[in-house]
Each structure stands twice: as structure tokens, then as C-alpha cells.
Design a protein around this ligand. Sequence first.
Ligand SMILES: NC(=O)c1ccc[n+]([C@@H]2O[C@H](COP(=O)([O-])OP(=O)(O)OC[C@H]3O[C@@H](n4cnc5c(N)ncnc54)[C@H](O)[C@@H]3O)[C@@H](O)[C@H]2O)c1
Length: 245
Amino acid sequence: MANLLAGKRALVTGSASGIGAAIVAEFVAQGAIVFGVDKNPSAHQPSTQFDLSDVESLPELVASAENAIGEIDILVNCAGMAIGEFIPDLTWEAYDKTLRVNLHSPVFLMKYLGSKMVKRGYGRIINITSVHGQYSEEKAMSYDVSKGGLNSATRTAALEFAPHDVLVNAIAPGFTDTPISITNGVSELESEWFKTVYVKYAKIPQRRAAQPWEQAKHVAWLSSSENTYCTGQVLLVDGGMSARF
Ligand SMILES: NC(=O)c1ccc[n+]([C@@H]2O[C@H](COP(=O)([O-])OP(=O)(O)OC[C@H]3O[C@@H](n4cnc5c(N)ncnc54)[C@H](O)[C@@H]3O)[C@@H](O)[C@H]2O)c1
């Protein structure tokens, strides 16, 4: 379906890479006017370089987005980071930064932009969480806490905003082929562990990782006005991984 988002104005974080860049491309293809936000330069324009761990400066970010494209109809919180650490190695700095980027910034962008959507009587918000929001893993304390928190925040915002046609949902990706999976130059999707457990023995029933556009398609539909009655939900887009015992 083309023009799903015709004329809608969207702020998308994480626009420089991976799933966020795919969301920007899909939104533009569907007729949206997009303002990208990332700490790195984005190919898409207009966009700005902004470090989302700087939660205190979010009002200025919102103002610059509105100056560039006008009032925002759609917010997509996609930027994210992960620092793998066993609990004894957990540092306050890494924990705090992960929570600021993955949880606090999305929550306060929902506050600033969601409140305006409520006043205007229309809005769609999508938070990109993770299968880690519901299922945990060793070496992922900060990340797991941040994604579980964002699933909860999605539901709370959905409840408060529902009477005003501001619908709030989360997409929780499973393994997706992006740079976040690369550590020290090696992608976990190339590891024997992934190829054996997830592919050969089908821990992922579809036996492969997703491509970023396969996440972006769901984000586009859920954030369109075609979605009129789905809010407060977390949609796992994980090739069936979470369906398996
Ligand atoms: N790829 C996967 O397997 C997977 C699985 C589940 C969830 N996710 C989630 O999807 C989202 C997108 O990740 P991705 O896979 O596209 O990875 P990615 O690394 O390609 O993209 C993440 C983007 O977030 C930006 N970012 C990170 N820290 C930032 C900061 N402090 N300020 C501003 N921007 C910042 C990065 O610059 C990057 O452009 C993340 O929230 C991630 O947790 C990814």
C-alpha cells in the first residue's frame, strides 16, 4: 500500500542506521515528512545530530524538529544501544547511559510530543523495544531493564492517551541484521552459536534473522491512520522465536 502516511509528519530517532534508517525510508516511501534524530549523521534530511543520553536537552530537540517540519503526528523511538556486561562488571556509567538512551529519552519524548498530540486529538507513537523486553539473557542487565521498562511505558502512555486518538504501541524485534549485532568487528549472526541454535535447530522457526525493512513495514502500518483500534500492545517481530516452548 502506498501513501499510507501521506502528509503525516514524523520524528524518528536512530535514523542513521539499521532499523531506524529503514523506518525513515519506508515512511518517506509512504508519503510522510520525516525529521531524523541520531548521534551520527543521517543520510536523510532534515535531520539533526543529537545525543539522546542528554535527556535534559530534549525540549530543544523537539523545538528544532517542529521548526523544521511543523507539528509532529508520529513519534518513533528507535535509537538504542547495548553494552554486554556480566553483573559483577556492571558499571553505573554504562547502566545510566543505557537507561538514558533506551528508556528515559523515549519516555520524555512521549511526554513532550504525546502531550501535544493529545491537545490536537491525533497521534501515533511507536517504541522499538526488543524480545529482551519480555525475555532475558545473561550479560544484558542494562539492556533488559531498559527494554522491559519501555514496554511498560508504552502501556502507561497508551492508557493515558487513548481517549484522544493518540495510540501507542511497541514493536519488539528479534534478531535483525544491523550493526548493533556487531562486536569487535564480528556479527553475532555469523557466529556458530547463531547458525546452530537459532538456524539449524530452529530456535527461530523462520531459520533466519530479519532484514531492517521487515521491521519497518510493521512500524509504518501501526503508526498510520489505518490503525484505529490497536494501542498499548507489544508486537514481537521475531520470526516465531517467542512462539516456541
Ligand atoms: N538489530 C537487532 O537484532 C535488534 C533486536 C531487538 C531490538 N533492536 C532495537 O532496534 C533499535 C535500532 O537498533 P538497530 O538494530 O537498528 O541498531 P543500529 O546500531 O543500526 O542503530 C541504532 C542507532 O541508534 C543510534 N544511537 C545510539 N545511541 C544513541 C544516542 N546516545 N543518541 C542518539 N542516537 C543514538 C545509533 O547511532 C544508531 O544509528 C534499537 O532500539 C535496538 O535496541 C534491535
